[in-house]
Ligand binder design. Structure first.
Ligand SMILES: *Cc1c(COP(=O)(O)O)cnc(C)c1O
Length: 222
């Protein structure tokens, strides 16, 4: 059995090694520990090991376990990484420091209304439907410019671009495409890379990797 803290150390080492190969500074890359489906007991050892950025997919689940953990660890930053319904905007604003899944104008409008009420301004990544998949969340590539401009005109800080490459395909071309879209639109931060492919993502410019399985499970590739 490997501990969560040891798995985290290994992942941070892998991130640093990939960064060096790409002539990047390891400190440019944020490790977001994806804790969806994990209990407070599984999360606590990572907090003890110094992990401060955590990602959750569902607002309801996050509300059920994080308020208590946050009360003890107020410096933790929660990231919303899942598809977000507009009617959850108020709860999402209250909970998340960063939202990685802004993919449409109607959601931006819902979030904007709520930030004006709450005075809390989470950063938002614009999620891109990078593989142009039918059922996938994310903004179509040809509408990206419009959505980025709308975020820039809103009170919400633009955090960067985010993508989830199509399942079962080599992810690197999609990471490279997101990096290219970032350059085209003058966006420097990229949320890309998960357990199976975070090294490639770092090589191709990721500034935030979202890793769940490899942190929480043994023998998930680390
Ligand atoms: C679950 C999830 C992850 C983490 O995936 P792993 O393969 O477990 O590392 C990353 N990003 C999003 C959007 C997810 O839903």
């Amino acid at each position: 059995m490997t501990s969560a803290a040891a798995r985290r150390d290994k992942i941070l080492e892998n991130i640093a090694a990939a960064a060096k190969l790409a002539r990047r500074e390891p400190s440019e890359i944020q490790l977001v520990a994806v804790s969806k489906g994990r209990t407070a007991e599984e999360i606590e050892p990572l907090i003890a090991a110094g992990q401060r950025d955590f990602g959750e997919s569902r607002v309801q689940e996050a509300l059920s376990k994080w308020p208590e953990l946050l009360a003890c660890n107020p410096d933790i930053r929660l990231h919303g990484i899942g598809r977000l319904q507009s009617n959850k905007a108020a709860e999402a604003i209250g909970l998340f420091e960063t939202i990685h899944s802004l993919d449409r104008l109607s959601l931006l409008d819902a979030l904007t209304k709520e930030v004006e009420k709450s005075g809390h301004f989470p950063g938002v990544y614009v999620q891109v439907n990078i593989g142009e998949e039918e059922q996938k969340g994310g903004c179509p590539i040809d509408e990206l410019g419009t959505l980025i401009e709308a975020v820039r005109a809103s009170p919400l800080p633009l955090a960067g671009l985010m993508c989830i490459p199509p399942a079962g395909l080599e992810p690197s071309p999609y990471f490279a495409l997101l990096a290219k879209l970032g350059r085209r639109h003058d966006v420097t931060s990229l949320s890309m890379g998960m357990s199976a492919d975070y090294r490639q993502a770092v090589m191709l410019g990721s500034t935030a990797v979202r890793v769940g399985t490899a942190l929480f499970e043994d023998d998930a590739q680390a």
